[in-house]
Design a binder for this molecule. Sequence first.
Ligand SMILES: [Zn+2]
Length: 137
Amino acid sequence: MKVRLPEKLLEKIIEAGRRVFPEEACGLIGGTDKNGVREIKEIFVLENIDHSNEHFSMNPKDQLNAVKEMRKKGIIPLGNFHSHPESPSRPSEEDKRLAYDKNASYMILSLMEKDNPVINSFHIENNNSEKEELEIF
Ligand SMILES: [Zn+2]
């Protein structure tokens, strides 16, 4: 699976992560999925109702609204993103345990190094994670 993320949407994710730092930011990603290439068209920043630096739960009502908006725009849900304020850009044990959708792309932004945000996209299945090819353009 290859994932393409426009630079301005990456900036939106970084901004979301910095805004709620040291809490985790989270949200949904939407776009198109053709011939094994996922093109991200929109980022929906949602409230982390856990307000925690180690967990996130997306506000269910916001989630529903985001999916409705995607439908309106003719794009599909591709997965989600969240930030790791103090840890690297890879799924925690909990992230793996809670990843119920093997068709989703799980993007994780690390803000551990303040001036050097790192983002990766993962496929998670049966408690195993695998990095997806991510192209920022
Ligand atoms: Zn996490």
